[in-house]
Every structure is written in structure tokens, then in C-alpha cells.
Design a protein around this ligand. Structure first.
Ligand code: NAD
Length: 498
């Protein structure tokens, strides 16, 4: 059995806790490796390594830090095929999508290459007589990232790309379900010229997460995963005095107005709802046609497209989506489909019995489509995170704005329309963090910022873009006076700029 080890101080480190988790190949259902689960002592060893590396890395000039990022980007590009295959065989997403996962992460690395410019402070000359004021953005120290299974390349790069470029040293605790790519990325970072101890990978479960949240030397924690755990991480990390950003689950709605181009909507919707087997926090699992005519026109086009979706192994170039990540996750998806049926929604396409010939033990599930889903149903309120599209019919734009606005999650939302006023009003009023206008998956580009609202994010700052730079730095403001001659009388009054 292959062992997946930690990566600390630039070396592969065998786990010593005696605890492991199985890593499956979701195509075949076989256990292909086991990953070590760290004890608090092993986590502490990584923190000590990152602490040791911090002073020199923080003192490295930003252009040199950026050069390491440039080298890293080139190396990841060189190893793209190898990384994509590794990712696809642990996660189950198809190869082209695995490359997209890596590429979206690389786009944050490209952003981080601009760190000499991004980390500049501000300066005011002559704020008072002989007084100048300037500010600088300093790194925090040792910081940590805890990441989910569904983007094992992109989300670690969102976090460590920006944090390390800012001069921090980093502990990454990736998902134990697909841990190989994060370790390979850390190895490539070392090859790119990143000093030992600047990027460490520690595998684990709740034990390692709690050790991160309680460690006094970890100054900030960036988390992405499901909402209950995000909330827990936020509460416990903040109670321990850390800076915490914790992104959670999602249930994104696609609003279809009567004037939308329905053929285009169907093309967008099928990809956004079923791509990556629906295991995306920016998937579109809810469609809201406005008006009965829109709903009927949409269904007429949607049904044949969903029926002919090709589910296959993650390495099959013809497959549109592959297996889900584990058998347990597939059972959870099936449980929610049954719940939808029991709650009275109309199941038009049932993917539960799908089997891929020759891969009967793989974690495959066919596409499912519901109509007449109601906001009171629990199967609508909860995140399913599978290839299941739910149609909720609305009569008016007002109702269509209300549905995503009142939902417990507020990650992404999309509206399909040809009317600029409708789109503008929707974007302005909807109570959701990221909005697409005729864009089904509105994941912002790397130099903007990613983050949802409500139970989709806990804490105040978003991922990447300037928000990421702010999260991973603290600001210091210096007021300086270089007096020439007499500086005036002693004063007991607060200085003002009158
Ligand atoms: P998850 O919450 O199960 O796991 C996320 C991380 O938390 C992993 O590293 C895991 O090891 C750790 N963890 C698991 N159980 C824990 C516990 N009890 N205590 C402490 N830590 C624990 O999430 P997942 O299943 O890996 O990922 C899917 C979820 O992530 C979905 O809800 C999805 O919407 C969400 N997600 C959100 C975003 C976003 O930006 N909002 C992006 C991607 C995924």
C-alpha cells in the first residue's frame, strides 16, 4: 500500500501517529493509498519549521519572493499533465476539468507574482510641520490553510500563493480524501527556489485542524469547506485570537427570465449543474424560470440534454463528468434524491441506478432532474453537492430575487436575461456575494476576490485579490518627524492637524 506522507522542512515525513485514512480511486472504488493523519505533536513540528523559516523569508525582498512564484508557475505548467492525472484519479473529476482546477490556482499565483506592487504601503508627505506619515503591510508570521476535497489544487494555491508572496510561512492541511496534489505542489515550490519550511503540508482530520486552531504560533487560518465546520473553525480560531476567514457551503440559483436565450441557458446550465458531478461550490444546482412559459420552454430543451449526458471514468476524454469522490458521498446524494421525492417534488430524471459497465464498483451516479421543488423542502434548503438539478418555478422577478436572497447560503447566483435594467436591479438587490449576468459560474478572476455571504462565509475578508493581501498582512503606520531647530513647547493636548 502506498503511503502519502507529510511534507515538512522540505522533506517527506512519515506519519508517526499510527492513524491513517484510506484514499480511493473513485473510478474503481479501490483503496489506492493511505494518508497519514497528524497528531498535535506532528503539527507542532511543522509549525516549528515554519517559525524557523519566517524571519529570513519575511526579510527577502518582494521581488525575490515574486521570482520564486514565477518559477513555481512555470514548473506547475511543465508538470500540468502529471498533476491533472494525479488529481483526477483521487477526486474523480475529468482530466480537462482537473486542468481547469490547476489553471485557476495558477491564475492566483500569477496575481501573487505582482506582490512588489501589491504590498506597497502608502505615504503622505507633510502631514504636519516636518511630519510625514507612511504605512507598510507586514506579514503575520506562520499562517495555515485548511482545504476541501473538491478543488485540491486551486484552493491551496488561492491561500498559500498570496500568503507566501506576502512573506508569511505556511502550513497547509489539505483534504484527506485527495491529498497527493498538495504534496506535489509543495515539492515543486521547493524546486522553484522556495526555502525549506516556507510551505509545509500536514495531513489530517479534526485532530490536526484542532491543533492548528489552538496553536499559539499560528496567527491566521484560512478555511474552505462545509458550513458547519467553517463556523466551528471561525469560532474556535477567533476565540484563540487568530485572524480567520472561513468559506462554507452553497446552493446557487440560476434565474431564467422570459426574455433569455433558452438554448444558451440550457448549454450553460447543463455544464454548471452537472460538471464535476455537481461537486463545486459555484455549481448551479437550482434553476428558477420566471413564468410558466419559460419553465416549459426550458424543460423541453433541458430534458434531452440531461438524458444524453455522458458519465464516464475521469480519464475518459469523452466523459462529461466522472464519479463522485467517495461511496459515502454518493449515498448522501441518493439520500437527498429520495428526500426530494418524499417531499413531493417531481423527479423527472433519476440517476440513482446508473452503473458504468466494467466499473461497477466505482462511485458513479447519473444525472437527476427535479421539477416543482418548493422553498419549504429540506432537499432545497440543504446543499446536496451532487449531479442533481432542482427546478423551482417563480411567477415574478420579485419572487426570483427573494429565493436566493432568503436562502441560508449566499455564495453565487446567476441571472439569464437580455434586459440590462432587469440584470442591474437583480445584481444590486440580491443578497448573495457573487453574481453572474448571463455567466453561469461567476467565479471572479484572481485579481478580484472570491467570497460568499450568509452561511457561505464566516469572517470578514475574501479569498485572493487585494482582500487576500489584506488578510495575510497587518498594517503598520509610522508618523515621523525630523525636526529642524525648535519643535515647540511641551504640550499635554492631543496633537491635531488644525
Ligand atoms: P469538509 O467541511 O468536510 O472538509 C473541509 C476541511 O475540513 C477538510 O480539510 C477536512 O479535513 C476538515 N474537516 C472535516 N471534518 C472536520 C471536523 N469535524 N472538524 C474540523 N475539521 C474538519 O468539506 P469537503 O466535503 O471537503 O468540501 C465540500 C464542501 O466545501 C462543500 O460544502 C462546498 O460547498 C464547500 N466549498 C466551499 C467553497 C467556498 O469557497 N465557499 C469552495 C469549495 C468548497
Amino acid at each position: 500500500m502506498r503511503d502519502i506522507t507529510h511534507f515538512i522542512s522540505g522533506k517527506f515525513v512519515t506519519g508517526t501517529s499510527g492513524r491513517y485514512s484510506d484514499v480511493f480511486n473513485p473510478n474503481t472504488g479501490e483503496v489506492q493509498a493511505r494518508v497519514a493523519l497528524a497528531s498535535p505533536e506532528e503539527l507542532d513540528a511543522a509549525v516549528q519549521s515554519a517559525l524557523k523559516a519566517f524571519p529570513a523569508w519575511a526579510a527577502t525582498n518582494p521581488q525575490r519572493r515574486a521570482r520564486v512564484m514565477f518559477n513555481f508557475k512555470a514548473l506547475v505548467e511543465k508538470h500540468m499533465d502529471e498533476l491533472a492525472e494525479m488529481l483526477s484519479l483521487e477526486h474523480g473529476k475529468v482530466l480537462a476539468d482537473a486542468k481547469g482546477d490547476i489553471q485557476r490556482g495558477l491564475e492566483v499565483i500569477e496575481f501573487a507574482c505582482g506582490i512588489p506592487h501589491l504590498q506597497k504601503g502608502e505615504f503622505t508627505e507633510g502631514a504636519g510641520p516636518g511630519i510625514d506619515v507612511f504605512s507598510m503591510r507586514q506579514p503575520l508570521g506562520v499562517v495555515a490553510g485548511i482545504t476541501p476535497f473538491n478543488f485540491p489544487a486551486m484552493i491551496p494555491m488561492w491561500m498559500f500563493g498570496v500568503a507566501i508572496a506576502c512573506g508569511n510561512t505556511f502550513i497547509l492541511k489539505p483534504s484527506e480524501r485527495d491529498p497527493s496534489v498538495p504534496v506535489r505542489l509543495a515539492e515543486l515550490f521547493l524546486e522553484a527556489g522556495g526555502p525549506e519550511g516556507v510551505l509545509n503540508v500536514v495531513h489530517g482530520d479534526k485532530v490536526a485542524v484542532d491543533a492548528i486552531l489552538d496553536h499559539p504560533e499560528i496567527k491566521a487560518v484560512s478555511f474552505v469547506g462545509s458550513s458547519d465546520i467553517a463556523n466551528y473553525v471561525y469560532q474556535r480560531g477567533a476565540a484563540n485570537g487568530k485572524r480567520v476567514q472561513a468559506m462554507g457551503g452553497a446552493k446557487n440559483h440560476g434565474i431564467v427570465m422570459p426574455d433569455a436565450d433558452l438554448d444558451q441557458v440550457v448549454r450553460d446550465l447543463v455544464g454548471a449543474a452537472y460538471g464535476s458531478a455537481g461537486e463545486r461550490c459555484m455549481a448551479l444546482p437550482v434553476v428558477v424560470p420566471v413564468g410558466a412559459k419559460t419553465a416549459d420552454g426550458l424543460l423541453e430543451r433541458l430534458l434531452p440534454e440531461v438524458q444524453k449526458l455522458k458519465v464516464g471514468t475521469s480519464t475518459d476524454p469523452e466523459a462529461q463528468y466522472g464519479p463522485v469522490v467517495t461511496a459515502a458521498h454518493r449515498e448522501r446524494i441518493k439520500f437527498y434524491i429520495q428526500m426530494g421525492v418524499d417531499e413531493g417534488a417531481k423527479l423527472l430524471i433519476d440517476g440513482r441506478d446508473f452503473q458504468l459497465q466494467g466499473y461497477e464498483k466505482g462511485f458513479f451516479i447519473g444525472p437527476s432532474l427535479f421539477d416543482h421543488v418548493k422553498p419549504t423542502m429540506k432537499s432545497y434548503q440543504d446543499e446536496i453537492f451532487g449531479p442533481v438539478l432542482q427546478m423551482v418555478r417563480a411567477e415574478t422577478l420579485e419572487e426570483a430575487i427573494e429565493l436566493p436572497s432568503k436562502h441560508q447560503y449566499g455564495n453565487g447566483v446567476a441571472i439569464f436575461t437580455r434586459n440590462g435594467n432587469t440584470a442591474r436591479e437583480f445584481a444590486q438587490r440580491v443578497n448573495v456575494g457573487m453574481v453572474g449576468i448571463n455567466v453561469p459560474i461567476p467565479v471572479p478572476v484572481a485579481y478580484h476576490t472570491f467570497g460568499g455571504w450568509k452561511r457561505s462565509a464566516f469572517g470578514d475578508t475574501n479569498q485572493h485579490g487585494m482582500e487576500g493581501v489584506r488578510f495575510f498582512t497587518k498594517i503598520k503606520t509610522v508618523t515621523q518627524r525630523w525636526p529642524v531647530g525648535d519643535v515647540g513647547d511641551q504640550s499635554f493636548v492631543i496633537p491635531t492637524m488644525r
